[in-house]
Design a protein around this ligand. Structure first.
Ligand code: DX5
Ligand code: ZN
Length: 216
């Protein structure tokens, strides 16, 4: 099966966001990955609701919104209204994760849970049947263009087993440092969705690079 590709607009040219979103519309991208950073949960600030709305206004692909923020439950409805199709919250940022997952579904979005590189996949066992996606961080969240953490392969295999055993239909999304070299081994380990920021946007021909990732 071909992977789903989710280019991250974190690496887009923010002064030419419309141009870059229109480029993604023309490409084989399946989702547009939108990284929201609050400067508290992660040591960086990206952009928020108005920019997400602006992306949605031009996008023809579903927005996959990754909330790297504390208290994400306060902003679920706002991001749904801004145009999110999928909303992922961090395991590490949710005291009442099960409730927040229900809240995302009640808002009409698909629900994802993101986990940091140090968070064991086994901690998702009791919610795996309730979610649509696991966003597995393969770098420490906060910045684009970081080096892929090799321990991710092991975690993908373990998570795949948990998903298969539970009968969950959750997709495994890999986020951080994805490139033309690690894409194939990640898919072989069980990944379904590849996020790519730098690798797509810093390439000479992003449309070609997306097509290439789709066929690794
Ligand atoms: C990292 C973000 C990622 C990032 C991926 O905090 O969640 O989505 O933009 O970018 P690359 O592919 O450049 O690592
Ligand atoms: Zn992300």
């Amino acid at each position: 099966m071909k992977p789903y590709i989710a280019p991250s607009v974190l690496s887009a040219d923010f002064a030419n966001l419309e141009r870059d979103v229109l480029m993604l519309n023309q490409s084989e991208a399946d989702y547009i990955h939108v990284d929201i950073m609050d400067g508290v949960f992660v040591p960086n600030i990206s952009f928020g609701i108005p920019v997400t709305e602006a992306i949605a206004r031009h996008a023809t692909k579903p927005l996959d919104v990754h909330l790297m923020i504390v208290n994400p439950e306060k902003y679920i409805e706002a991001f749904q209204k801004a145009g999110a199709a999928i909303i992922s919250v961090h395991y590490e940022a949710c005291t009442h994760l099960h409730r927040t997952i229900q809240q995302i579904h009640a808002a009409g979005c698909k629900a994802g849970v993101a986990i940091n590189p140090h968070t064991p996949v086994q901690l998702l066992e009791d919610v795996i049947e309730d979610i649509d996606l696991v966003c597995m961080m393969s770098v420490n969240p906060g910045f684009g263009g970081q080096k892929f953490i090799e321990n991710t392969y092991k975690k993908v295999k373990q998570l795949k087993e948990i998903i298969t055993d539970s009968g969950s239909r959750a997709l495994i999304e890999i986020d951080g440092g994805v490139n033309g070299e690690n894409a194939r081994p990640l898919l072989d380990a069980g990944a379904d969705v590849l996020v790519a920021g730098n690798y797509v946007f810093k390439s000479a021909d992003p449309i070609y690079t997306i097509a290439e990732l789709k066929r690794v």
